[in-house]
Design a protein around this ligand. Structure first.
Ligand code: URA
Length: 210
């Protein structure tokens, strides 16, 4: 197996937000708020080693060499569930561009059904953050990565809330140039490919059932 870099964001505040999201008594608004807070922490950690570029500014007192992100990542929420992550990720990196991928899940086969692709043509040299709270079988994430790699992306970060070991393994085996930033890796999948213990359907928990 190819070693994929993975960062598990193990912080008491991340754990508290994730617990709120897991709790079946949390309503849609509470779930969205916790996801937004947690996204802030995940993006913060995901950018910890990002290269910086010097910028010359003046403080009110003196010239100063400060810094900005050298290469802001393209943010790619995977619709529907990734929508709840993009606003906060964009607030953290306001200069980022945003692309969109829409993938539904066939509830019978659990296979990804793509319905939207809105991405820049050439991603050479651009880091990309794929935002999707749930990495279950990995089907949607792998489909998204294939779209990105076909556009020459070589630096892809999957930013997720909960992953199943099967999804992590699928990413590892894909050989795509990717890393994973996640708040928790859970026990596994149930017979309908929901993550266990998980938090249910992340789209329904944010927006209500379809
Ligand atoms: N998608 C979800 O929203 N939840 C899961 O548990 C798995 C996939």
């Amino acid at each position: 197996m190819i070693g994929m870099e993975r960062l598990i964001v193990d912080h008491p505040l991340a754990a508290a937000r994730l617990t709120t999201m897991r709790d079946e008594t949390t309503d849609n608004a509470g779930f969205r708020a916790a996801l937004s807070d947690l996204t802030q922490m995940l993006v913060y950690e995901a950018l910890a080693g990002a290269p910086k570029a010097d910028v010359q500014i003046k403080t009110p007192l003196t010239p100063f060499t400060g810094s900005r992100l050298a290469k802001p990542p393209l943010l790619v929420p995977v619709l529907r569930a990734g929508l709840g992550m993009v606003e906060q990720a964009h607030a953290m990196v306001p200069e980022a561009q945003v692309g969109f991928v829409g993938i539904a899940r066939d509830e019978r086969t659990a296979q990804p059904v793509p319905y939207l692709e809105s991405l820049p043509d050439d991603l050479s040299g651009h880091p990309v953050f794929v935002l999707d709270p749930m990495l279950a079988t990995g089907g949607s994430m792998l489909h998204t990565m294939e779209l990105l790699v076909a556009r020459n992306a070589t630096d892809i970060t999957a930013v997720c809330v909960v992953a199943a070991p099967q999804g992590v393994e699928a990413l590892e085996r894909s050989g795509h140039p990717c890393r994973l930033v996640v708040a928790a890796i859970d026990e596994g999948l149930d017979e309908a490919n929901y993550i266990v213990p998980g938090l249910g359907d992340a789209g329904d928990r944010q927006f209500g059932p379809r």
